[in-house]
Ligand binder design. Sequence first.
Ligand code: CTP
Ligand code: MG
Length: 225
Amino acid sequence: LKIAAVIPAAGVGSRMQLSYPKQYLKIAEKTVLQHTQEKLSQLNYLSHLAIAVSADDPYFATLNLQDERIVKVIGGETRADSVLNALRALQADAPDWVLVHDAARPLVTVADIDNLVQSCLAADEGGILAAKVKDTIKRGTSHIETTVPRDTLWQALTPQFFRFNELLQALTDAKQAGSEITDEASAMERLGYPVRLVAGRSDNIKITSPEDYELACFLLTKTGK
Ligand code: CTP
Ligand code: MG
């Protein structure tokens, strides 16, 4: 069984409001992208690790990443385009399954990734790590229209794990249809595939805004995650 991984790392990080992409922010001497890559590199069952970076990225080449399974791929305009480019680059090796994990989520644990992979392989279905919503959720613009029952609400995390050919087909189809998707699961849902929800740690946060970075620094350095 061949399992590949994709790390989309070709975003500009506009919400972080820096002069460079957030995946190159440093936490304890290493960039966010290195922390993330080192987590995935601990998975010895991966055949390849494709990292999608922007065409004009001057930083990636300076990182000196140590894993021989790493393949650099040029990313696209959207996250979905970046993942699609990476899948096309991996296609010649014909992986059976693929894990897709945001560069901006350095706090993921190997235990959670293993749990996702095991649970999906056992059920022979794709799935994602997700965390149950903890806050009371309101819908509205300036005032509350309604309180949304949260018992069946989940936050979608990554990794997301799918059969390689099905994900390639789903992302290609979503692109052709001009459908805006922000994760792999959305593309699979569009085509009616079942997608498992596998409970993961809620501290697997995506570094999106400056306060997320502060939290990630704390979690990665103070708690040794
Ligand atoms: N990503 C990518 N290619 C893109 C856009 C995003 O590979 N064209 C990656 C990012 O580098 C990040 C992950 O997808 O690791 C999650 O996306 P997001 O958090 O939205 O990152 P950015 O798009 O960089 O940030 P923003 O939306 O604030 O600009
Ligand atoms: Mg984005």
